[in-house]
Design a protein around this ligand. Structure first.
Ligand code: BES
Ligand code: MN
Ligand code: ZN
Length: 527
């Protein structure tokens, strides 16, 4: 679907989608159309008892007095409460509705009042973003779909007084949508297609955007001492990979980067602590965190963000086999800390332990944020409404909550603390990889925190197990892979890093002093 911008005019074919404000206030274009159709618009709204409620939608086929095939009326809610999200929902609802219909072209008119909280240009750009996000479809493996079953929409134009300005405003948003698209594709692909090596293959052309893409193989990881990540990988026929993506968009190329770390378990069978078979197919999306990190890098580089960013993905497949890790095994992480693996299904934290350590050791980031489909317990706590947020830093937690609210990817903070950390005590190693059944998402986060080297480095962990995959359609998120996290973290980078001139806030431009607690040897291990 191609999205463009044009001046307001009633088109002579296809569909026309109009925004309707609450209390039935028709905008300028809707009023004109109402006149052309002999009052059909007003009558239809009245007959439907449609008062412009946000998200509500009414379709009029073959309206009288015009050559249009269809008019679609979409509620915007109260005019004073209109935000960017309202317009994204408007664009997304339009595409969702038209997708099932058969129009090849459509014109979108937000039709806002002059005193709306959003300018005409911003409104058009965000409607275009919503439409683009809603247009995602993963249909690569549907070979028998009849043409009538496929969405017909090819061309969508958003009407606005200043189309050139809208196009400019849309450019960075479109880059973010492209990042979302990459994430959704990676997450949707089955595990026989996306596995550690092929994941790296699929992102290697991010280099075209100025991202340095580097892949560490098993041998390199062994040398670095990543015993926890390698322990998870050892049961699989697919070798693990550590993907490192670097983007230097800040004016000062030496400024400490913000680091994003993603759990990339391309399939989680549970390993020897094997999962029940019902629903196990969902575990193809246990690489959701890594998928978000890749899409986020694409978004940030695509819109030329004024920030230095590094994205790391720990890619492994968790399988049972004769070579698989056993419950009770003890592994040594890159940090030097040892872990007793009580449950091989608590593998995400083992992977992240080594990748988090490596990220800090190599990049000395100003902030570090990890994303992981880490625990089933977070789904019980928060469902699909919020991702779980854990952080050692109130400012970062606050910034994440705010960014999430702004883009409709909400997070909810949960506590960390000594008492939870104690639940990880092991009789024979520095820690176990699971606590007891209580507070499962928190003990998982405590485990990760043990791999934050300097307690002053602002760190946040997002448990995205409940929000990575959606079973139902939403206006800008078709069911399936959501890419939750791409828009949130893109906004966070804009708010926290770019607003500060591209260097990180709070820690001076070189970030930490490089000497983590205890210092380190040349192999990167804590001594
Ligand atoms: N990948 C799962 C968590 C998960 C579950 C994600 C359902 C999405 C949907 C993770 O590796 C896992 O298996 N966690 C265990 C931890 C337990 C063994 C302590 C869990 O949540 O049951
Ligand atoms: Mn698992
Ligand atoms: Zn997992």
């Amino acid at each position: 679907m191609k999205v463009s911008f044009a001046k307001p005019a009633i088109p002579d074919k296809g569909a026309l989608v109009l925004g309707v404000r609450e209390e039935n206030l028709l905008g300028a274009v809707a009023t004109e159309l109402d006149e052309l159709t002999g009052g059909q618009i007003g009558r239809a709204l009245k007959a439907e008892r449609f008062k412009g409620e946000g998200g509500k939608c009414l379709v009029l086929n073959a309206p009288h007095g015009v050559t249009l095939d269809r008019v679609v009326l979409i509620g915007l809610g109260k005019p004073e409460a209109i935000t960017a999200t309202t317009l994204e929902t408007f664009g997304g609802t339009a595409v969702g509705r038209l997708g099932a219909l058969g129009d090849e072209t459509a014109a979108l008119v937000p039709d806002l009042p002059g005193d709306a909280p959003l300018s005409d240009v911003e409104a058009a750009a965000h409607a275009a973003l919503g439409a683009t996000l809603a247009g995602f479809r993963f249909d690569r493996y549907r070979t028998k779909e009849k043409p009538d079953e496929k969405p017909a929409l090819r061309k969508l134009s958003v009407l606005c007084d200043d189309p050139n300005a809208a196009k400019k405003a849309f450019a960075p948003l479109e880059a973010v949508a492209e990042g979302v698209d990459l994430t959704r594709t990676l997450v949707s692909e089955p595990a026989n297609v996306v596995y550690p090596e092929s994941f790296c293959e699929q992102v290697k052309d991010l280099a075209d955007l100025g991202i340095t893409v580097e892949v560490l193989d098993e041998q390199k990881m062994r040398k670095l001492g990543m015993g926890a990540l390698l322990g998870v990988a050892q049961g699989s026929a697919r070798p693990p990979r550590l993907l490192v993506m670097e983007y230097k968009g800040a004016k000062d190329k030496d400024a400490a980067p913000i680091a994003f770390v993603g759990k990339g378990v391309t399939f989680d069978s549970g390993g020897i602590s094997i999962k029940p078979s019902a629903g196990m197919e969902d575990m193809k999306w246990d690489m959701g965190g890594a998928g978000v990190v890749a899409g986020l890098m694409k978004a940030l580089a695509g819109r030329k963000a004024n920030a230095n960013v590094v994205g790391l993905c720990g890619l492994v497949e968790n399988m049972p086999s004769g070579t698989a890790q056993r419950p009770g095994d003890v592994v040594e992480t890159m940090s030097g800390q040892t872990v007793e693996v009580i449950n091989t299904d608590a593998e995400g934290r083992l992977v992240l332990a080594d990748v988090l350590w490596y990220a800090q050791d190599r990049f000395k980031p100003s902030h570090i944020i990890d994303l992981a489909t880490l625990t089933g317990a977070i789904i019980i706590s928060l469902g699909g409404e919020h991702a779980g947020l854990f952080s050692n830093n109130d400012d970062l937690a606050e910034a994440l909550s705010e960014a999430g609210g702004g883009v409709g990817e909400k997070v909810w903070r949960l506590p960390l603390g000594e008492a939870y950390d104690k639940m990880l005590r092991s009789d024979i190693a520095d820690m176990k990889n699971v606590g007891n059944r209580e507070a499962g998402s928190i003990t998982a986060a405590q485990f990760l925190q043990r791999y934050i080297r300097d307690k002053d480095t602002p760190w946040a962990h997002l448990d995205i197990a409940g929000v990575t995959w959606s079973k139902k359609d939403k206006p800008t998120v078709p069911k399936g892979a959501t890419a939750f996290g791409v828009r949130l973290l893109d906004r966070l980078v804009a708010d926290v890093i770019e607003s500060d001139g591209g260097a990180a806030k709070g820690k001076g431009k070189n970030g930490k002093d490089g000497k983590g607690k205890g210092g380190k040897g040349k192999d990167g291990k804590k001594k």
